[in-house]
Design a binder for this molecule. Structure first.
Ligand code: FMN
Length: 444
């Protein structure tokens, strides 16, 4: 394989065939790594190849490594003598990239991974001396068949990342939780790159089973109708729609492709697509599932007017949105207080992006000013149901020393049990002061 092909076809592989990788191949990979540049040619890198399944299990169970580790035939722990931390990271990273390209050229699948778990525990487990930095884990195996058909994730065009003599490029100046600070281009950029970290159609949203149940129940009267779904985003809710003529509205063609892949994955047939600024036709119903809180206000209001314009007379607009209540607001403040007002600092960014719960009264006002009549407005879940997921992520984050929050075994302790119990007790019934609102509005 020539270099350019290896560079452009390398991709992160997270599922492997059940086929061992020989130590000869691993030696070849590491040999290529040793040709990387290094500070004063010191070559301070070391690789520990973990092949023993029992040891991989201990990495997951005791060091809280990502559970993907279990699936890889070989886990290379890439370390570097960290006497000069910045140089250690640079040297180890150049070496890792050589290794990734060599693996690709040899037909192997590789994943460089930061969610390796608790560094101190791993060092003790593998006898890695003090002073060494674990740069990353590199999982090695033969790629699962699925990788033959899924395309590589989006790449930014060169003009977006290269400027001459001066940093003169457009870039997002913030990644605030506050959706009022986001522009539509920022949102599109976020959807196109941050969410697209694995493969098209991968569902990224965090929601509890009870919330999915609620959405499913809310959508059930749309059976057989022509429905316009505003901002299907990662397609996470499409499988909850009853059989309907579904048209998905998205902000840009890349997101459309993503939703199409998610629909295919969920075996949803006949889905149509419209771009936000080019909708034609008229519909019996419109839906906005857990998106109102993620949109800059102008876009939210604009999309309400658009729904009104494209609904038939008497058509319904159904919105499910998270809204602030005591518990949600406390959570929201706590997250910002602990991690700062930057969505990238918590796992939440990948799924939510900007995220600012909007009061139900405000949504009703905006719907009325777009020309709708409010038919019903009911709240659910005083304790937000997704707290179950948030708690799981937080426990994983703590136990893994801050390196991982996804791909975990379920944590069970007294707190997770109590929380699950309380959330389960609330059930799906409408409750005052809930954290999720279900709004139904009609075009008169
Ligand atoms: C510093 C770094 C950390 C990463 N950590 C993880 C990780 O913990 N888990 C994972 O599944 N992928 C991880 N990746 C892989 C990225 O998600 C992936 O490289 C990126 O989405 C681009 O996709 P591609 O590698 O298929 O081109 C990491 C990559 C880098 C460079």
């Amino acid at each position: 394989m020539d270099l350019k092909t290896a560079i452009t076809t390398r991709r992160s592989v997270r599922r492997f065939k059940d086929k061992p990788v020989s130590m000869d191949l691993i030696r070849k990979l590491v040999e290529s790594a040793t040709y990387a540049p290094t500070n004063c040619n010191q070559q301070l890198w070391k690789f520990v190849a973990v092949t023993d399944p029992g040891l991989k299990e201990r990495l997951v169970k005791e060091a809280f490594s990502s559970t993907i580790v279990r699936r890889a035939p070989v886990v290379l722990v890439a370390c570097y003598d960290g006497w000069s931390y910045k140089e250690a990271i640079q040297g180890a990273s150049f070496a890792a990239q050589n290794l990734l390209l060599e693996a690709t050229a040899l037909g192997l699948g590789v994943l460089s991974m930061n969610s390796f778990g608790n560094e101190e525990v791993i060092k003790r487990m593998l006898d890695i001396p003090d002073g060494y930095v674990i740069n990353c884990f590199i999982l090695v195996g033969y790629p699962d068949e699925v990788y033959k058909t899924t395309p590589v994730v989006s790449r930014r065009p060169v003009d977006e990342v290269l400027s001459i003599n001066k940093f003169g490029m457009r870039h997002a100046t913030h990644r605030s939780y506050d959706s009022r600070r986001w522009t539509v281009p920022d949102l599109v950029d976020f959807q196109r790159y941050y969410c697209r970290k694995t493969f098209l159609g991968k569902r990224m949203d965090v929601m509890d089973d009870l919330e999915r149940e609620l959405v499913k129940r809310v959508l059930q009267d749309l059976q057989g109708k022509a429905v316009l779904d505003l901002f299907s985003y990662d397609g996470a809710y499409l499988d909850l729609f009853p059989k309907a003529e579904l048209t998905s509205v998205n902000l840009d063609p890349e997101t459309e492709r993503y939703v199409a892949a998610a629909a295919k994955d969920a075996s949803i047939k006949g889905i149509e697509f419209e771009q936000y600024d080019g909708i034609a036709g008229s519909y019996d119903a419109a839906t906005m599932m857990l998106k109102a809180e993620r949109l800059p206000p102008e876009l939210r209001k604009g999309s309400f007017s658009l729904a009104h314009e494209h609904l038939k007379q008497g058509g319904t607009f159904v919105i499910v949105s998270r809204v602030p209540n005591l518990f949600f607001t406390l959570f929201y403040r706590l997250i910002i207080g602990m991690f700062g007002d930057d969505v990238r600092r918590t796992g939440i960014y990948a799924f939510w992006g900007p995220y600012r719960p909007v009061r139900a009264a405000m949504l009703r006002r905006e719907l009325r000013s777009a020309g709708f009549i409010i038919q019903s407005s009911r709240k659910h879940f005083i304790i937000p149901a997704f707290f179950n997921q948030a708690l799981q992520m937080f426990i994983q984050f703590r136990k893994s020393g801050g390196s991982s929050y996804l791909h975990r075994d379920k944590h069970v302790n007294i707190l997770t049990r109590i929380l699950e119990g309380i959330i389960g007790l609330q059930g799906l019934r409408a409750l005052p002061f809930g954290s999720v609102v279900v709004l139904r509005a009609r075009k008169p």
